[in-house]
Design a protein around this ligand. Structure first.
Ligand SMILES: NC(=O)c1ccc[n+]([C@@H]2O[C@H](COP(=O)([O-])OP(=O)(O)OC[C@H]3O[C@@H](n4cnc5c(N)ncnc54)[C@H](OP(=O)(O)O)[C@@H]3O)[C@@H](O)[C@H]2O)c1
Length: 272
């Protein structure tokens, strides 16, 4: 597994997405993934699977320090005291004294951002969150965290795949040493129907999905968290470290962007 080193922290370039993995299936998938070499797992309070993930990690017998675990605070838990309380609950479920990365899942203007971040800083100071960050924050809100509130965040996790360009956010994140965590990196499976990606993949003996993941992690400060359930998919998504896209292929994937946003619930911020 390769890592991105950002602010002195090593983050595995491929993490396992776990949205909609529940119960026994979640436990089996995470156990399988760990046995294949996954050491980065993405969960959230809202996914209702922190317990299964905690059990799978604990059950693996591998040292906790070997893993990079992210969880996210749900957008109705952003009151200062709720942050403190619900993260304790998450840690108990995850069977761990800390998470590597604690994110605000979605911005919510009902709660003053400063107070939410203040509570997250308390957790950081207590060693319960190694790093903190945000998710689904458009550029102007990201700037406000960095420039107005001056909170040191590690990551902004956003939807990012070949059909949704994030160029402004990428430039800003690169300049400010912030990691972009690319979620729905396979465009929820849509990349597998893409003829351009498939054709490029055939030149390397790789699938369209592997090309999409490779395109993401070849970008300076980007990591990706594909979700998969079957062993075959899990293995395929990890088997991307033995090839490199040519400049020409990389640029032709850049041209696939068409502002296709797949995740935009009613409470989403105004996208920029
Ligand atoms: N911060 C946020 O608001 C937010 C929002 C959305 C997602 N996320 C995170 O990002 C993760 C990934 O995003 P996502 O689940 O929306 O979509 P995704 O990872 O782009 O795509 C997942 C889909 O692709 C399929 N798949 C995976 N690997 C495959 C392969 N090698 N060949 C063929 N099909 C394959 C999966 O099928 P199988 O499961 O059947 O293998 C699943 O249907 C989530 O699980 C979650 O952890 C975060």
């Amino acid at each position: 597994m390769q890592h991105k080193s950002i602010q002195g922290i090593d983050v595995p370039e491929i993490g396992l997405g776990t949205y909609k993995l529940y119960g026994k299936e979640c436990m089996k998938t995470v156990t399988d993934a760990i046995s294949m070499g996954y050491r980065h797992i993405d969960t959230a309070q809202m996914y209702k699977n922190e317990k299964e993930i905690g059990d799978a990690i604990y059950g693996s017998g591998i040292d906790r320090e070997e893993f990079f675990i992210t969880t996210k605070i749900w957008h109705t838990n952003l009151d200062h005291d709720d942050v403190l309380q619900t993260v304790e609950d998450s840690l108990r479920e995850l069977r761990s004294p800390y998470v590597d990365l604690l994110l605000i899942h979605w911005p919510n203007s009902q709660y003053p951002l400063e107070q939410t971040l203040e509570a997250m800083m308390v957790l950081r100071d207590q060693g319960k969150a190694e790093s903190i960050g945000i998710s689904n924050f458009p550029l102007s809100m990201t700037k406000s965290v960095i420039e107005d509130l001056r909170i040191p965040i590690l990551c902004n996790q956003v939807e990012y795949h070949p059909y949704l360009a994030q160029f402004d956010l990428l430039d800003y994140s690169y300049d400010n040493e912030i990691l972009i965590g690319a979620y729905s990196p396979l465009a929820q499976g849509k990349v597998f129907q893409d003829e351009v990606l498939a054709r490029i993949g055939s030149e390397y003996g790789k699938t369209a999905g592997q090309v999409a993941l490779r395109w993401l992690i070849e970008q300076e400060n980007v990591i990706a968290i594909p979700k998969a359930t079957s062993s075959e998919h899990l293995r395929e998504n990890l088997d991307i470290f033995d090839f490199q896209l040519s400049d020409e292929h990389f640029e032709s994937i850049d041209t696939l962007a068409r502002n296709l946003r797949l995740v935009s619930p009613s409470f989403a911020p105004e996208w920029e």
